[in-house]
Design a protein around this ligand. Structure first.
Ligand code: F6P
Length: 554
Protein backbone atom coordinates (compact mmCIF):
# COMPACT_ATOMS: atom_id res chain seq x y z
CA UNK A 1 0.00 0.00 0.00
CA UNK A 2 1.21 3.47 -0.86
CA UNK A 3 1.28 6.51 1.35
CA UNK A 4 -0.73 9.21 -0.42
CA UNK A 5 2.50 11.14 -0.93
CA UNK A 6 4.12 8.11 -2.58
CA UNK A 7 1.65 8.12 -5.46
CA UNK A 8 2.54 9.63 -8.83
CA UNK A 9 -0.64 11.69 -8.69
CA UNK A 10 0.42 13.41 -5.46
CA UNK A 11 3.63 14.78 -6.92
CA UNK A 12 1.81 16.22 -9.92
CA UNK A 13 -0.97 17.56 -7.70
CA UNK A 14 1.60 19.40 -5.58
CA UNK A 15 3.07 21.05 -8.69
CA UNK A 16 -0.39 21.85 -9.99
CA UNK A 17 -1.41 23.30 -6.61
CA UNK A 18 1.38 25.85 -6.82
CA UNK A 19 -0.26 27.14 -10.00
CA UNK A 20 -3.94 26.98 -9.09
CA UNK A 21 -3.62 28.14 -5.47
CA UNK A 22 -3.60 31.76 -6.58
CA UNK A 23 -6.38 31.39 -9.15
CA UNK A 24 -9.47 33.43 -8.49
CA UNK A 25 -12.87 31.78 -8.37
CA UNK A 26 -14.38 34.95 -9.81
CA UNK A 27 -12.06 34.59 -12.79
CA UNK A 28 -12.79 30.87 -13.20
CA UNK A 29 -16.51 31.67 -13.40
CA UNK A 30 -15.91 34.59 -15.75
CA UNK A 31 -13.88 32.31 -18.04
CA UNK A 32 -16.49 29.56 -18.11
CA UNK A 33 -20.20 30.43 -18.09
CA UNK A 34 -20.92 26.67 -18.04
CA UNK A 35 -19.00 26.11 -14.80
CA UNK A 36 -22.09 25.43 -12.66
CA UNK A 37 -23.53 23.04 -15.23
CA UNK A 38 -20.22 21.23 -15.61
CA UNK A 39 -19.40 21.17 -11.92
CA UNK A 40 -22.63 19.99 -10.41
CA UNK A 41 -23.98 16.48 -10.08
CA UNK A 42 -27.33 14.84 -9.35
CA UNK A 43 -27.74 11.59 -7.45
CA UNK A 44 -30.37 10.10 -5.17
CA UNK A 45 -32.51 13.21 -5.61
CA UNK A 46 -29.68 15.46 -4.34
CA UNK A 47 -27.73 18.02 -6.30
CA UNK A 48 -24.12 18.75 -5.42
CA UNK A 49 -22.86 22.10 -6.64
CA UNK A 50 -19.07 21.93 -6.38
CA UNK A 51 -18.36 24.73 -8.81
CA UNK A 52 -17.37 27.24 -6.07
CA UNK A 53 -14.15 25.36 -5.36
CA UNK A 54 -10.58 26.39 -6.10
CA UNK A 55 -9.98 23.82 -8.78
CA UNK A 56 -10.22 23.36 -12.51
CA UNK A 57 -10.63 20.42 -14.87
CA UNK A 58 -6.98 19.48 -14.52
CA UNK A 59 -7.26 19.46 -10.71
CA UNK A 60 -10.21 17.12 -10.94
CA UNK A 61 -8.47 14.85 -13.42
CA UNK A 62 -5.41 14.64 -11.16
CA UNK A 63 -7.53 13.96 -8.08
CA UNK A 64 -9.38 11.21 -9.93
CA UNK A 65 -5.95 9.82 -10.84
CA UNK A 66 -5.14 9.73 -7.13
CA UNK A 67 -8.37 7.83 -6.44
CA UNK A 68 -7.46 5.32 -9.13
CA UNK A 69 -3.92 4.89 -7.84
CA UNK A 70 -5.12 4.40 -4.26
CA UNK A 71 -7.56 1.69 -5.40
CA UNK A 72 -10.87 3.34 -4.50
CA UNK A 73 -12.84 1.14 -6.90
CA UNK A 74 -11.46 -2.15 -5.59
CA UNK A 75 -11.85 -1.00 -1.99
CA UNK A 76 -15.44 0.02 -2.61
CA UNK A 77 -16.23 -3.32 -4.25
CA UNK A 78 -14.56 -5.17 -1.37
CA UNK A 79 -16.77 -3.34 1.13
CA UNK A 80 -19.99 -4.03 -0.76
CA UNK A 81 -18.99 -7.68 -1.21
CA UNK A 82 -18.63 -8.15 2.55
CA UNK A 83 -14.87 -8.69 2.67
CA UNK A 84 -13.31 -8.19 6.13
CA UNK A 85 -12.00 -4.71 5.33
CA UNK A 86 -12.08 -3.63 8.98
CA UNK A 87 -8.79 -5.46 9.39
CA UNK A 88 -7.82 -4.34 12.89
CA UNK A 89 -11.05 -5.86 14.19
CA UNK A 90 -11.30 -8.66 11.62
CA UNK A 91 -14.77 -7.66 10.46
CA UNK A 92 -16.70 -6.95 7.31
CA UNK A 93 -18.31 -3.52 6.89
CA UNK A 94 -21.83 -3.98 5.69
CA UNK A 95 -24.09 -1.16 6.81
CA UNK A 96 -25.09 -0.98 3.14
CA UNK A 97 -26.76 -4.40 3.52
CA UNK A 98 -29.12 -2.84 6.07
CA UNK A 99 -30.77 -0.66 3.46
CA UNK A 100 -31.09 -3.28 0.75
CA UNK A 101 -34.66 -3.87 -0.36
CA UNK A 102 -36.49 -7.13 0.26
CA UNK A 103 -35.58 -9.71 -2.34
CA UNK A 104 -31.88 -8.77 -2.47
CA UNK A 105 -29.14 -11.30 -1.73
CA UNK A 106 -25.80 -10.72 -0.09
CA UNK A 107 -23.47 -13.62 0.54
CA UNK A 108 -20.91 -13.21 3.27
CA UNK A 109 -18.67 -16.22 3.76
CA UNK A 110 -21.12 -18.30 1.72
CA UNK A 111 -24.15 -17.26 3.77
CA UNK A 112 -26.85 -14.89 2.54
CA UNK A 113 -27.16 -12.31 5.35
CA UNK A 114 -30.31 -10.72 3.95
CA UNK A 115 -32.93 -13.05 5.48
CA UNK A 116 -31.70 -12.19 8.96
CA UNK A 117 -31.45 -8.47 8.15
CA UNK A 118 -35.01 -8.46 6.84
CA UNK A 119 -36.33 -10.53 9.76
CA UNK A 120 -35.02 -8.04 12.33
CA UNK A 121 -36.13 -5.08 10.21
CA UNK A 122 -39.69 -6.40 9.99
CA UNK A 123 -39.86 -7.29 13.68
CA UNK A 124 -38.53 -3.89 14.65
CA UNK A 125 -40.96 -2.05 12.37
CA UNK A 126 -43.83 -4.16 13.63
CA UNK A 127 -42.91 -3.32 17.18
CA UNK A 128 -42.68 0.38 16.33
CA UNK A 129 -46.14 0.34 14.75
CA UNK A 130 -47.51 -1.52 17.80
CA UNK A 131 -46.25 1.22 20.11
CA UNK A 132 -47.44 4.00 17.80
CA UNK A 133 -50.92 2.50 17.54
CA UNK A 134 -51.20 1.86 21.26
CA UNK A 135 -51.16 -1.94 20.96
CA UNK A 136 -48.03 -2.08 23.12
CA UNK A 137 -48.88 -0.84 26.59
CA UNK A 138 -47.17 -0.36 29.92
CA UNK A 139 -47.50 -2.96 32.68
CA UNK A 140 -50.82 -1.53 33.89
CA UNK A 141 -52.33 -1.43 30.40
CA UNK A 142 -51.67 2.29 29.79
CA UNK A 143 -50.67 3.44 26.33
CA UNK A 144 -47.10 4.68 26.00
CA UNK A 145 -46.77 8.46 25.87
CA UNK A 146 -42.99 8.85 26.20
CA UNK A 147 -40.07 6.94 24.75
CA UNK A 148 -36.56 7.42 26.11
CA UNK A 149 -33.65 6.27 23.96
CA UNK A 150 -30.66 5.53 26.17
CA UNK A 151 -27.48 5.25 24.14
CA UNK A 152 -24.37 7.23 23.26
CA UNK A 153 -22.21 7.86 20.18
CA UNK A 154 -23.54 5.87 17.26
CA UNK A 155 -26.38 4.56 19.44
CA UNK A 156 -27.63 8.11 19.95
CA UNK A 157 -26.42 10.58 17.34
CA UNK A 158 -28.01 8.99 14.24
CA UNK A 159 -31.49 8.38 15.65
CA UNK A 160 -31.45 11.73 17.47
CA UNK A 161 -30.39 13.63 14.34
CA UNK A 162 -32.93 11.83 12.13
CA UNK A 163 -35.82 12.20 14.59
CA UNK A 164 -35.19 15.95 14.76
CA UNK A 165 -34.80 16.20 11.00
CA UNK A 166 -38.03 14.33 10.31
CA UNK A 167 -40.02 15.62 13.30
CA UNK A 168 -43.69 15.91 12.62
CA UNK A 169 -43.67 13.82 9.44
CA UNK A 170 -45.16 10.63 10.88
CA UNK A 171 -47.43 12.28 13.45
CA UNK A 172 -45.87 10.39 16.37
CA UNK A 173 -48.25 9.72 19.22
CA UNK A 174 -45.37 9.63 21.70
CA UNK A 175 -42.79 12.15 22.78
CA UNK A 176 -39.20 11.06 22.14
CA UNK A 177 -36.34 11.80 24.50
CA UNK A 178 -32.65 11.06 24.05
CA UNK A 179 -30.41 10.45 27.02
CA UNK A 180 -26.74 9.91 26.30
CA UNK A 181 -24.55 11.70 28.84
CA UNK A 182 -23.50 10.00 32.06
CA UNK A 183 -24.16 13.41 33.61
CA UNK A 184 -27.17 12.41 35.72
CA UNK A 185 -28.67 15.85 35.19
CA UNK A 186 -29.74 14.76 31.71
CA UNK A 187 -31.57 11.60 32.77
CA UNK A 188 -32.98 13.23 35.92
CA UNK A 189 -34.26 16.17 33.85
CA UNK A 190 -36.10 13.80 31.50
CA UNK A 191 -37.47 11.45 34.19
CA UNK A 192 -38.82 14.38 36.19
CA UNK A 193 -41.40 14.98 33.46
CA UNK A 194 -42.45 11.36 32.89
CA UNK A 195 -45.11 8.96 34.14
CA UNK A 196 -43.47 5.56 34.76
CA UNK A 197 -46.61 3.65 33.74
CA UNK A 198 -46.53 5.28 30.31
CA UNK A 199 -42.80 5.30 29.58
CA UNK A 200 -40.85 2.97 27.33
CA UNK A 201 -37.05 2.85 27.48
CA UNK A 202 -35.00 1.76 24.47
CA UNK A 203 -31.53 0.78 25.64
CA UNK A 204 -29.31 0.96 22.57
CA UNK A 205 -25.75 -0.26 22.76
CA UNK A 206 -23.91 -2.36 20.23
CA UNK A 207 -21.68 -3.84 22.92
CA UNK A 208 -24.01 -3.43 25.92
CA UNK A 209 -20.93 -2.56 27.95
CA UNK A 210 -20.67 1.19 27.41
CA UNK A 211 -20.48 2.66 30.88
CA UNK A 212 -22.58 5.76 30.19
CA UNK A 213 -25.42 3.72 28.71
CA UNK A 214 -25.32 1.02 31.35
CA UNK A 215 -25.27 3.62 34.15
CA UNK A 216 -28.24 5.48 32.67
CA UNK A 217 -30.14 2.25 31.98
CA UNK A 218 -29.57 1.03 35.56
CA UNK A 219 -30.82 4.34 36.98
CA UNK A 220 -33.84 4.31 34.65
CA UNK A 221 -34.69 0.78 35.79
CA UNK A 222 -34.41 1.81 39.45
CA UNK A 223 -36.70 4.80 38.75
CA UNK A 224 -39.27 2.49 37.15
CA UNK A 225 -39.18 0.14 40.17
CA UNK A 226 -39.42 3.08 42.56
CA UNK A 227 -42.50 4.33 40.72
CA UNK A 228 -44.95 1.50 41.09
CA UNK A 229 -43.52 -1.25 38.88
CA UNK A 230 -42.10 -4.59 39.99
CA UNK A 231 -39.36 -6.75 38.41
CA UNK A 232 -41.89 -8.60 36.27
CA UNK A 233 -43.05 -5.29 34.77
CA UNK A 234 -39.61 -4.34 33.44
CA UNK A 235 -40.28 -6.32 30.25
CA UNK A 236 -43.13 -3.96 29.35
CA UNK A 237 -41.00 -0.85 29.77
CA UNK A 238 -37.55 -1.83 28.52
CA UNK A 239 -36.47 -3.01 25.10
CA UNK A 240 -32.89 -3.39 23.92
CA UNK A 241 -31.00 -2.89 20.70
CA UNK A 242 -27.68 -4.71 20.75
CA UNK A 243 -25.43 -7.36 19.25
CA UNK A 244 -25.04 -9.10 22.62
CA UNK A 245 -28.05 -11.13 23.75
CA UNK A 246 -26.20 -12.50 26.79
CA UNK A 247 -25.52 -9.09 28.28
CA UNK A 248 -29.05 -7.91 27.47
CA UNK A 249 -30.42 -10.90 29.41
CA UNK A 250 -28.00 -10.32 32.29
CA UNK A 251 -29.20 -6.74 32.53
CA UNK A 252 -32.74 -8.05 33.01
CA UNK A 253 -34.29 -7.25 29.66
CA UNK A 254 -36.34 -10.01 28.08
CA UNK A 255 -34.48 -11.05 24.89
CA UNK A 256 -37.87 -11.43 23.24
CA UNK A 257 -37.82 -7.62 23.34
CA UNK A 258 -34.36 -7.30 21.92
CA UNK A 259 -33.60 -6.24 18.37
CA UNK A 260 -30.26 -7.50 17.22
CA UNK A 261 -27.68 -6.42 14.73
CA UNK A 262 -24.27 -7.68 13.75
CA UNK A 263 -20.60 -6.97 14.36
CA UNK A 264 -20.28 -5.88 10.72
CA UNK A 265 -22.31 -2.77 11.51
CA UNK A 266 -20.10 -0.03 12.97
CA UNK A 267 -21.73 2.06 15.72
CA UNK A 268 -21.51 5.28 13.70
CA UNK A 269 -22.99 3.50 10.67
CA UNK A 270 -25.84 1.87 12.58
CA UNK A 271 -28.86 4.14 12.24
CA UNK A 272 -30.12 1.88 9.43
CA UNK A 273 -30.25 -1.12 11.79
CA UNK A 274 -32.49 -1.60 14.81
CA UNK A 275 -30.56 1.33 16.31
CA UNK A 276 -32.97 3.30 14.14
CA UNK A 277 -35.92 2.11 16.25
CA UNK A 278 -36.60 5.64 17.60
CA UNK A 279 -36.78 6.84 13.99
CA UNK A 280 -39.35 4.16 13.18
CA UNK A 281 -41.25 5.09 16.34
CA UNK A 282 -41.22 8.73 15.23
CA UNK A 283 -42.11 8.40 11.54
CA UNK A 284 -43.58 4.91 11.24
CA UNK A 285 -42.61 1.87 9.21
CA UNK A 286 -43.31 3.45 5.84
CA UNK A 287 -41.14 6.46 6.65
CA UNK A 288 -38.31 4.26 7.87
CA UNK A 289 -38.44 2.22 4.67
CA UNK A 290 -38.26 5.47 2.69
CA UNK A 291 -35.16 6.48 4.67
CA UNK A 292 -33.53 3.16 3.75
CA UNK A 293 -34.60 3.55 0.12
CA UNK A 294 -32.96 6.98 -0.08
CA UNK A 295 -29.71 5.56 1.24
CA UNK A 296 -29.92 2.55 -1.07
CA UNK A 297 -30.32 4.88 -4.02
CA UNK A 298 -27.09 6.69 -3.03
CA UNK A 299 -25.39 3.29 -2.60
CA UNK A 300 -26.31 2.38 -6.17
CA UNK A 301 -24.97 5.67 -7.44
CA UNK A 302 -21.71 5.17 -5.52
CA UNK A 303 -21.28 1.69 -7.00
CA UNK A 304 -22.32 2.48 -10.54
CA UNK A 305 -21.27 6.04 -11.39
CA UNK A 306 -17.86 6.60 -12.95
CA UNK A 307 -15.42 8.22 -10.53
CA UNK A 308 -15.55 11.60 -12.27
CA UNK A 309 -19.34 11.74 -11.92
CA UNK A 310 -19.57 10.07 -8.54
CA UNK A 311 -20.93 12.38 -5.85
CA UNK A 312 -19.28 10.81 -2.77
CA UNK A 313 -15.97 10.49 -4.65
CA UNK A 314 -16.01 14.13 -5.76
CA UNK A 315 -16.89 15.33 -2.25
CA UNK A 316 -14.09 13.21 -0.79
CA UNK A 317 -11.47 14.41 -3.27
CA UNK A 318 -12.37 18.06 -2.76
CA UNK A 319 -12.09 17.55 1.01
CA UNK A 320 -8.64 16.04 0.65
CA UNK A 321 -7.60 18.82 -1.74
CA UNK A 322 -8.22 21.48 0.91
CA UNK A 323 -6.97 19.42 3.84
CA UNK A 324 -3.66 18.41 2.33
CA UNK A 325 -2.82 20.98 -0.30
CA UNK A 326 -4.30 24.15 1.24
CA UNK A 327 -3.71 23.04 4.86
CA UNK A 328 -7.37 23.55 5.82
CA UNK A 329 -7.69 22.09 9.31
CA UNK A 330 -11.46 22.22 9.54
CA UNK A 331 -14.63 21.81 7.52
CA UNK A 332 -17.70 23.79 8.46
CA UNK A 333 -21.11 22.21 7.75
CA UNK A 334 -24.03 24.63 7.71
CA UNK A 335 -27.49 23.20 7.12
CA UNK A 336 -30.06 25.81 6.15
CA UNK A 337 -32.79 24.01 8.07
CA UNK A 338 -33.34 24.16 11.80
CA UNK A 339 -34.49 20.53 11.63
CA UNK A 340 -30.93 19.56 10.65
CA UNK A 341 -29.47 21.17 13.77
CA UNK A 342 -28.00 17.83 14.90
CA UNK A 343 -26.40 17.09 11.54
CA UNK A 344 -22.99 18.64 12.37
CA UNK A 345 -22.82 16.62 15.62
CA UNK A 346 -23.72 13.47 13.70
CA UNK A 347 -21.08 14.17 11.07
CA UNK A 348 -18.50 14.87 13.76
CA UNK A 349 -18.64 11.25 14.87
CA UNK A 350 -19.03 9.86 11.36
CA UNK A 351 -16.02 11.72 9.99
CA UNK A 352 -13.71 12.23 12.95
CA UNK A 353 -14.12 8.81 14.58
CA UNK A 354 -13.67 7.19 11.17
CA UNK A 355 -10.74 9.13 9.75
CA UNK A 356 -9.21 10.98 12.70
CA UNK A 357 -6.13 8.77 12.46
CA UNK A 358 -2.43 9.13 11.75
CA UNK A 359 -1.51 5.54 10.98
CA UNK A 360 -2.23 3.60 7.81
CA UNK A 361 -3.55 0.05 7.65
CA UNK A 362 0.02 -1.21 7.33
CA UNK A 363 1.09 0.61 10.51
CA UNK A 364 3.13 3.34 8.83
CA UNK A 365 2.42 7.01 9.41
CA UNK A 366 0.03 8.55 6.87
CA UNK A 367 2.40 11.50 6.64
CA UNK A 368 -0.22 14.11 5.69
CA UNK A 369 -3.26 15.63 7.36
CA UNK A 370 -6.28 13.34 7.60
CA UNK A 371 -9.78 14.17 8.82
CA UNK A 372 -10.32 17.91 9.38
CA UNK A 373 -12.25 19.12 12.41
CA UNK A 374 -15.94 19.04 11.50
CA UNK A 375 -18.12 21.73 13.00
CA UNK A 376 -21.17 23.80 12.26
CA UNK A 377 -24.57 25.11 13.21
CA UNK A 378 -27.74 25.78 11.27
CA UNK A 379 -28.02 28.86 9.13
CA UNK A 380 -29.17 31.55 9.44
CA UNK A 381 -28.21 31.41 13.15
CA UNK A 382 -24.58 30.70 12.28
CA UNK A 383 -24.43 33.91 10.26
CA UNK A 384 -24.92 35.83 13.50
CA UNK A 385 -22.19 33.98 15.38
CA UNK A 386 -19.17 32.53 13.58
CA UNK A 387 -19.61 33.61 9.96
CA UNK A 388 -17.49 36.69 10.73
CA UNK A 389 -14.51 34.33 10.95
CA UNK A 390 -15.48 32.45 7.79
CA UNK A 391 -15.58 35.72 5.83
CA UNK A 392 -12.68 37.68 7.29
CA UNK A 393 -10.61 35.29 9.42
CA UNK A 394 -7.04 34.48 8.33
CA UNK A 395 -7.68 30.75 7.77
CA UNK A 396 -9.17 29.00 4.81
CA UNK A 397 -12.24 27.14 6.05
CA UNK A 398 -14.20 25.29 3.37
CA UNK A 399 -17.94 25.14 3.96
CA UNK A 400 -20.55 22.54 3.05
CA UNK A 401 -23.91 24.27 2.75
CA UNK A 402 -26.91 21.93 2.99
CA UNK A 403 -29.98 23.45 1.37
CA UNK A 404 -33.37 21.67 1.50
CA UNK A 405 -35.76 23.34 -0.93
CA UNK A 406 -39.30 22.46 0.12
CA UNK A 407 -40.58 22.57 3.67
CA UNK A 408 -43.67 21.29 5.42
CA UNK A 409 -44.66 24.40 7.39
CA UNK A 410 -46.86 27.03 5.84
CA UNK A 411 -45.52 30.25 7.32
CA UNK A 412 -45.28 32.68 4.41
CA UNK A 413 -41.95 34.25 3.50
CA UNK A 414 -39.65 32.25 5.77
CA UNK A 415 -38.36 29.71 3.29
CA UNK A 416 -37.73 32.39 0.68
CA UNK A 417 -35.49 34.22 3.13
CA UNK A 418 -33.77 31.05 4.28
CA UNK A 419 -32.89 29.99 0.73
CA UNK A 420 -31.80 33.51 -0.22
CA UNK A 421 -29.44 33.59 2.75
CA UNK A 422 -27.91 30.22 1.94
CA UNK A 423 -27.23 31.20 -1.66
CA UNK A 424 -25.98 34.65 -0.63
CA UNK A 425 -23.47 33.27 1.87
CA UNK A 426 -21.78 30.93 -0.60
CA UNK A 427 -21.63 33.77 -3.10
CA UNK A 428 -20.28 36.27 -0.54
CA UNK A 429 -17.55 33.85 0.54
CA UNK A 430 -16.55 33.42 -3.07
CA UNK A 431 -16.76 36.91 -4.54
CA UNK A 432 -15.67 38.90 -1.51
CA UNK A 433 -15.56 42.70 -1.74
CA UNK A 434 -12.54 44.49 -3.15
CA UNK A 435 -11.05 47.91 -2.42
CA UNK A 436 -12.70 49.80 -5.27
CA UNK A 437 -16.14 48.63 -4.28
CA UNK A 438 -15.62 49.41 -0.59
CA UNK A 439 -14.24 52.87 -1.41
CA UNK A 440 -17.26 53.62 -3.56
CA UNK A 441 -19.62 52.45 -0.82
CA UNK A 442 -17.89 54.51 1.85
CA UNK A 443 -17.83 57.61 -0.34
CA UNK A 444 -21.51 57.15 -1.11
CA UNK A 445 -22.10 57.03 2.65
CA UNK A 446 -20.39 60.43 2.95
CA UNK A 447 -16.99 59.30 4.23
CA UNK A 448 -13.77 60.78 2.91
CA UNK A 449 -10.10 61.31 3.72
CA UNK A 450 -8.59 59.82 6.86
CA UNK A 451 -11.94 58.63 8.11
CA UNK A 452 -12.48 56.60 4.95
CA UNK A 453 -8.93 55.23 4.93
CA UNK A 454 -9.22 54.13 8.56
CA UNK A 455 -12.38 52.14 7.92
CA UNK A 456 -11.39 50.73 4.56
CA UNK A 457 -9.31 47.66 5.60
CA UNK A 458 -12.01 46.54 8.05
CA UNK A 459 -14.63 46.47 5.32
CA UNK A 460 -12.64 44.40 2.82
CA UNK A 461 -13.55 40.78 2.03
CA UNK A 462 -10.78 38.78 0.41
CA UNK A 463 -13.30 36.32 -1.05
CA UNK A 464 -12.06 33.26 -2.95
CA UNK A 465 -13.33 31.16 -0.05
CA UNK A 466 -14.62 27.81 -1.28
CA UNK A 467 -17.82 25.92 -0.57
CA UNK A 468 -19.98 23.04 -1.72
CA UNK A 469 -23.75 23.25 -1.71
CA UNK A 470 -25.75 20.06 -1.32
CA UNK A 471 -29.31 20.74 -2.44
CA UNK A 472 -32.00 18.47 -1.04
CA UNK A 473 -35.42 18.53 -2.71
CA UNK A 474 -37.05 18.46 0.74
CA UNK A 475 -36.63 17.13 4.25
CA UNK A 476 -38.27 13.79 3.52
CA UNK A 477 -36.93 10.47 4.85
CA UNK A 478 -35.78 9.60 1.31
CA UNK A 479 -33.73 12.77 0.95
CA UNK A 480 -32.24 12.41 4.42
CA UNK A 481 -31.28 8.78 3.70
CA UNK A 482 -29.50 9.86 0.54
CA UNK A 483 -27.71 12.71 2.32
CA UNK A 484 -26.38 10.53 5.13
CA UNK A 485 -25.28 7.77 2.74
CA UNK A 486 -23.51 10.44 0.66
CA UNK A 487 -21.40 11.48 3.67
CA UNK A 488 -20.80 7.86 4.72
CA UNK A 489 -19.34 7.07 1.31
CA UNK A 490 -17.37 10.30 1.22
CA UNK A 491 -15.75 9.27 4.51
CA UNK A 492 -15.06 5.80 3.10
CA UNK A 493 -13.34 7.21 0.01
CA UNK A 494 -11.20 9.56 2.08
CA UNK A 495 -10.17 6.64 4.30
CA UNK A 496 -9.00 4.78 1.21
CA UNK A 497 -7.14 7.82 -0.13
CA UNK A 498 -5.29 8.26 3.16
CA UNK A 499 -4.84 4.51 3.61
CA UNK A 500 -6.46 4.43 7.06
CA UNK A 501 -8.98 1.93 8.41
CA UNK A 502 -12.11 4.07 8.75
CA UNK A 503 -13.95 1.44 10.77
CA UNK A 504 -12.07 1.05 14.04
CA UNK A 505 -11.80 3.59 16.89
CA UNK A 506 -8.89 2.59 19.10
CA UNK A 507 -8.37 6.25 19.96
CA UNK A 508 -11.29 6.20 22.39
CA UNK A 509 -9.86 3.41 24.54
CA UNK A 510 -7.16 5.12 26.60
CA UNK A 511 -9.51 7.69 28.08
CA UNK A 512 -12.06 4.97 28.90
CA UNK A 513 -9.42 2.88 30.73
CA UNK A 514 -8.19 5.83 32.75
CA UNK A 515 -11.74 7.00 33.60
CA UNK A 516 -12.55 3.58 35.00
CA UNK A 517 -9.37 3.57 37.10
CA UNK A 518 -9.89 7.13 38.36
CA UNK A 519 -13.58 6.42 39.15
CA UNK A 520 -12.33 3.68 41.51
CA UNK A 521 -9.77 6.01 43.05
CA UNK A 522 -12.41 8.69 43.72
CA UNK A 523 -14.12 6.21 46.06
CA UNK A 524 -10.95 5.44 47.96
CA UNK A 525 -8.52 7.66 49.75
CA UNK A 526 -5.43 6.00 48.37
CA UNK A 527 -3.94 7.64 45.31
CA UNK A 528 -2.68 5.84 42.25
CA UNK A 529 0.52 6.76 40.51
CA UNK A 530 -0.37 9.96 38.70
CA UNK A 531 1.21 13.22 37.69
CA UNK A 532 0.73 16.20 40.01
CA UNK A 533 -2.05 17.75 37.92
CA UNK A 534 -4.13 14.57 37.88
CA UNK A 535 -3.61 14.09 41.63
CA UNK A 536 -4.65 17.68 42.29
CA UNK A 537 -7.80 17.34 40.20
CA UNK A 538 -8.68 14.00 41.86
CA UNK A 539 -8.43 15.66 45.25
CA UNK A 540 -10.72 18.52 44.16
CA UNK A 541 -13.18 16.01 42.70
CA UNK A 542 -13.23 14.06 45.98
CA UNK A 543 -14.01 17.25 47.88
CA UNK A 544 -16.84 18.08 45.43
CA UNK A 545 -18.32 14.58 45.72
CA UNK A 546 -18.15 14.77 49.54
CA UNK A 547 -19.95 18.14 49.55
CA UNK A 548 -22.68 16.78 47.22
CA UNK A 549 -23.08 13.70 49.46
CA UNK A 550 -23.41 15.74 52.62
CA UNK A 551 -26.01 18.01 50.99
CA UNK A 552 -28.08 14.95 50.07
CA UNK A 553 -28.11 13.67 53.71
CA UNK A 554 -31.39 14.55 55.50
O1 F6P B 1 -16.48 4.93 22.54
C1 F6P B 1 -16.80 5.07 21.21
C2 F6P B 1 -17.90 4.12 20.82
O2 F6P B 1 -17.44 2.83 20.79
C3 F6P B 1 -18.52 4.52 19.49
O3 F6P B 1 -17.82 4.04 18.41
C4 F6P B 1 -19.89 3.96 19.63
O4 F6P B 1 -20.78 4.50 18.69
C5 F6P B 1 -20.21 4.34 21.05
O5 F6P B 1 -18.98 4.19 21.75
C6 F6P B 1 -21.30 3.56 21.72
O6 F6P B 1 -21.02 2.19 21.71
P1 F6P B 1 -22.14 1.14 22.05
O7 F6P B 1 -23.20 1.22 21.01
O8 F6P B 1 -21.45 -0.19 22.05
O9 F6P B 1 -22.69 1.48 23.40
Amino acid sequence: MKRPTETDAWRVLAEHHAVIATASLNQLFADDPQRFRRMSLSAGGLVLDYSKNRLDDRTLALLIGLAVEQGVVDARDAMFAGRAINDTEGRAVLHTALRKHAGSRLDVGGVDVMPEVLEVRERMLDFAEGVREGRWTGHAGDTITDIVNIGIGGSDLGPYMACEALAGQGRPRQRLHFVSNVDGAQLAGVLDRLDARRTLFVVASKTFTTVETMTNATSARAWLLANGACERDVAKHFVAVSTDAGRVRDFGIDVANMFGFWDWVGGRYSMWSAVGLPIALAIGAEGFRALLAGAECMDRHFVEAPLAANMPVILALIGLWYRDFFGAASLCVVPYAQALARLPAYLQQLEMESNGKSVMRDGRAVGVGTCPVIWGEPGTNAQHSFFQLLHQGPDLIPVDFIMPLEVAHELPGHQRLLLANCIAQSKALMVGKGEAEVRAELSAAGLAGEQLERLLPHKLFTGNRPSNTVVMPDLSPTSLGALIALYEHKVFVQGVLWGVNSFDQWGVELGKQLASRIAGELDRDSDGAHDASTLGLIELARQGLARSASRRKP
